[in-house]
Design a protein around this ligand. Structure first.
Ligand code: ZN
Length: 59
């Protein structure tokens, strides 16, 4: 199963797909290389608990 995570970089916000086994790991954004924590919520708790829209943007 794959799911989408969103880059926490405010000037990037790119969605990318990660695999279920990457949950709990940190992946780097493909664009800006910002570390993205997979699962467990975003590192910045500025938003209430609400997952991002699961659909990655079509190019
Ligand atoms: Zn990014």
């Amino acid at each position: 199963m794959v799911f989408a995570v969103q880059c926490p970089n405010a000037s990037c916000k790119k969605y990318q797909l990660v695999e279920e086994h990457d949950r709990g790991k940190v992946v780097n954004c493909l664009l800006c290389k910002t570390p993205i924590r997979v699962g467990g919520g975003a590192p910045s708790a500025s938003k209430p608990q609400q997952p991002p829209a699961a659909k990655p943007r079509q190019p």
